[in-house]
Ligand binder design. Structure first.
Ligand code: ATP
Ligand code: MG
Length: 195
């Protein structure tokens, strides 16, 4: 199967779940997440706004904010194509839509949160394998975002993929630019690939 065929196969598997099944999955993932040692004190997290058949992050994000964590959400970088910027959320956040129709906070330079200031970055994915290799939507956004972390330039950051159990495959093809994840949380378990 080519990479593109595998991506559409995984997207179909994800889309075959009902909204109720996805909400249920999100509840379980949220519970695993809240039990992580890294989240027992208030911290700064990067998260994302789920779209289409992705594991829903709305309730997860709300829970994290209710637990006094600082949350930052990605926007498409206004100058550097293919890159993301993370903006801190607040009660006064103004929302807009990017060119993919995904809601994002309006750009305000004062609200930018660099990766260096985050303890956790929640990462969307289309598929992952038993070694933590990740396949996304094919834009390379998270590979670029995580490349400095992968090279060891960002200490103290734990990237965590959030996924449904049907997004697990035995082995993903790996490109030189792909950044494997140290952890993925699904309803069934917390996959820790660090050891
Ligand atoms: N660090 C990088 N620097 C330059 N180009 C990159 C980098 N990472 C990925 N790319 C480019 O992005 C394109 C898409 O990459 P890939 O197919 O791995 O996306 P993905 O991991 O599925 O997407 P995403 O990370 O947005 O979820 C590739 O053509 C690749 O060359
Ligand atoms: Mg990739």
């Amino acid at each position: 199967m080519s990479q593109q065929q595998l991506r559409s196969h995984l997207l179909n598997a994800r889309a075959s779940l009902s909204a109720a099944e996805r909400d249920d999955a999100a509840r379980q993932v949220g519970e695993h997440l809240r039990n992580l040692p890294e989240l027992q004190q208030s911290c700064t997290l990067g998260s994302y706004f789920s779209v289409r058949a992705e594991l829903p992050t709305h309730a997860i994000n709300q829970h994290l904010m209710d637990a006094q964590h600082q949350l930052a959400l990605p926007i498409l970088h206004p100058i550097l194509a293919g890159h993301l910027l993370f903006l801190q959320l607040s009660e006064t956040t103004q929302w807009t839509h990017n060119k993919y129709g995904i809601p994002e906070p309006e750009l305000n330079a004062q609200h930018i949160v660099p990766l260096q200031q985050m303890q956790v970055l929640l990462v969307p994915l289309v598929g992952f394998d038993r070694s933590g290799n990740r396949m996304g939507m094919g834009g390379g956004f998270y590979d670029r975002t995580l490349s400095a972390w992968h090279k060891g330039h960002i200490k103290n950051l734990l990237p965590i993929g959030l996924a449904l159990d049907c997004q697990l495959v035995d082995e993903l093809p790996k490109n030189p630019w792909d950044v494997p994840l140290p952890m993925v949380i699904t309803p069934a378990k917390t996959w820790d690939f660090r050891s």
